[in-house]
Every structure is written in C-alpha cells, then in structure tokens.
Ligand binder design. Structure first.
Ligand SMILES: [Zn+2]
Length: 316
C-alpha cells in the first residue's frame, strides 16, 4: 500500500449515515467505508462530507434534517480537534496538521426550503458545495428520476447565482439533463459533477453524456468518479478495474485536469474487491500498474480537486 498518497474525495454519505442511521456514532472508528482510523495511512486527506437530504423532507422538515447532520459534523470537529477539521476557509483547507480536512456539502437543495437567504445561512454554516437536487424534484429543479425532467426553476436560477456570488460549488450530480444545460448556461463559475460516471460506458441516467463531460472539463470544472456498482456497469457486476475503465474513457475525452474521485462511500454498494477508504491505496497502485504516470494519478486522486477548490472556492 502506498504510504505517502494524498486523497481528495468529492463525495461520501458517512455523515448522514453516522448522524441518522447510527444514532450519532463518532467518525473515528467503525465498520463503515470511512472512519478516521481506516484512513490512517493517508498522507494528506481532504474529504467532502455530504449532508444527504432524503426527498421526503421538504420545508421545515428539510431544515430540521439539515441541522441535525450539520450539528453532527460540527460536534465531530469539537471531539476530534486535531484529526477532523472543517475546511470552510483557506486556513482550514491548507491545515496540514489535520488528519482530515472536511468540506461540507449538501446533497439536495431542499435544505434551502425555498428561501434564497438560506444560501447565505448554509455558507455561514461552512457548506461549500450544493448538489442542486437528489433524484426527485425540489424547489430548484427536477432530479434525474423526476418524471418530467424539467430544468431549473426561477428559484433554482437565483440559487445558482447566489452560490456563484458566495463562491460555493454548484454540483450537477443527480440533476435532470435539462437542469444540467440550464446550469451550463447561467453559472458564471466552473461547476462540478461530484459523483457521476460516463453514460457511454454505463447507460444509467445518473451518469454524464460525452457532451456534459466535455462542457464541465472545458470550463475548468471537475468530475468525481463514483464507485457504486450500478453506475460502473449496467449489470452491476463491477470491480475495481471498472473504475479505471471509466477513468480511461474520461481521459480520452480530455479530462486530464478535470478527473477526480467521488467515491459515494457509505452511500452505495461498492465493488466486492474494495472495502472502503483503505482500498484507495490499492486503486492508486492499479493506475500505476497500467503505466499511468504518477503525475497523472496524483491529479486524479487529489490535485485536480485541490486546484478547483483553491481557485474557485477558497481563493484568497
Ligand atoms: Zn448521491
């Protein structure tokens, strides 16, 4: 296992899992995909922790759910002050002494409860990335499973502009195709697909078309490869090598400076030859064995995401 590797993962559901299903279990250990203990071998680790918003919560129920997972994350930062630092400014983002620099995201704009001023409140709470929808429709837009597949609402357009103003990353994973093109039209900042693969290789609507991949990449955005078996292969019989297959394909579309990882750990079924964040060392070695240059592997595992956040989110 690589002892000096850096990791910047654009998506996991560990916070939601711990705060809700596991009744507030601490982040330091446990049998989930991610824990501080299991990531002990990493040299420099930045992890986006999503506050996942189930589609059944709207309005006040959504606000309460958001607060519950937000409070969990802030509590963990207090319990593990040296190991778990919430990166909500340039200092936190560059805090090399911290084991984990946690970036808070919200997976589902329903957390805004239809109030534009809540974009600023979420920002004040430390949120630096918002996945506009989950699978169903919300106040901002339709998700990819919503029947009509509509794009951004007026509120969604205003939310994107407000996120641009505050330097929060706009995330199109889970968004309807029409919503994707609306974001491409109105977002002034490069945007991200935090956990989506190539639709050409696995025809799931949660994955990105070649055109979408090219748009994100040519604008300076980033794409995180998702480890969910159903987004790697249509038959779901996926292995670690399928992650490399999607990487290879995206690189063939010119994603050298755009390709990242968005594991979806603790939110999905991962390939059976992986067990969690401790498998990232092996995945890294897999890339090297296929004669990828170490420089390119470092870009995929950390540098591309680091550059994006440095440039657009934590710029001085
Ligand atoms: Zn997701």
């Amino acid at each position: 296992m690589n002892k000096t590797m850096d990791l910047f993962d654009l998506h996991c559901d560990t916070a939601f899992e711990c705060a809700t299903k596991l009744g507030g279990a601490d982040i330091n250990k446990g049998a989930r995909h991610i824990s501080l203990a299991r990531a002990g071998y990493l040299n420099n680790w930045r992890q986006v922790f999503a506050i996942f918003m189930p589609d059944e919560y709207r309005g006040e129920a959504a606000e309460r759910h958001y607060e519950r997972v937000r409070d969990y994350l802030h509590r963990q930062a207090k319990i593990f002050p040296r190991e778990f630092v919430i990166a909500n400014d340039s200092d936190g983002f560059h805090d090399n002494a911290a084991k984990c620099r946690a970036i808070i995201s919200v997976e589902g704009g329903s957390a805004l409860a239809g109030k534009i001023e809540r974009v600023q409140s979420l920002y004040n709470d430390g949120v630096r990335l918002i996945t506009l929808t989950w699978n169903d429709s919300n106040e901002l837009a339709d998700g990819i499973r919503a029947e009509k597949g509509r794009g951004l609402t007026d509120f969604g357009r205003n939310a994107v502009r407000e996120m641009n103003r505050l330097h929060m990353a706009v995330d199109v994973s889970h968004l309807s195709d029409a919503g994707f093109y609306d974001v491409a039209e109105i977002s002034e900042a490069p945007f991200v697909a935090s956990h989506s693969n190539a639709r050409k290789l696995c025809g799931n609507a949660r994955n990105l078309t070649d055109d979408m991949i090219s748009i994100i990449s040519s604008r300076g955005g980033v794409i995180g490869l998702n480890f969910y078996v159903g987004f790697l292969r249509e038959d779901e019989n996926a292995h670690m090598t399928d992650i490399l297959r999607h990487a290879e394909y995206m690189l063939s579309l010119g994603c050298e400076n755009c390709l990242c990882l968005g594991s979806d750990f603790d939110g999905c079924d991962i390939p059976p030859d992986m067990s969690g964040i401790e498998s990232m060392g092996e995945l890294y070695e897999h890339f090297l064995r296929l004669n990828y240059s170490e420089d390119l592997v470092k870009k995929i595992f950390s540098r591309n995401a680091e550059n994006y956040f440095k440039k657009y989110i934590f710029e001085d």
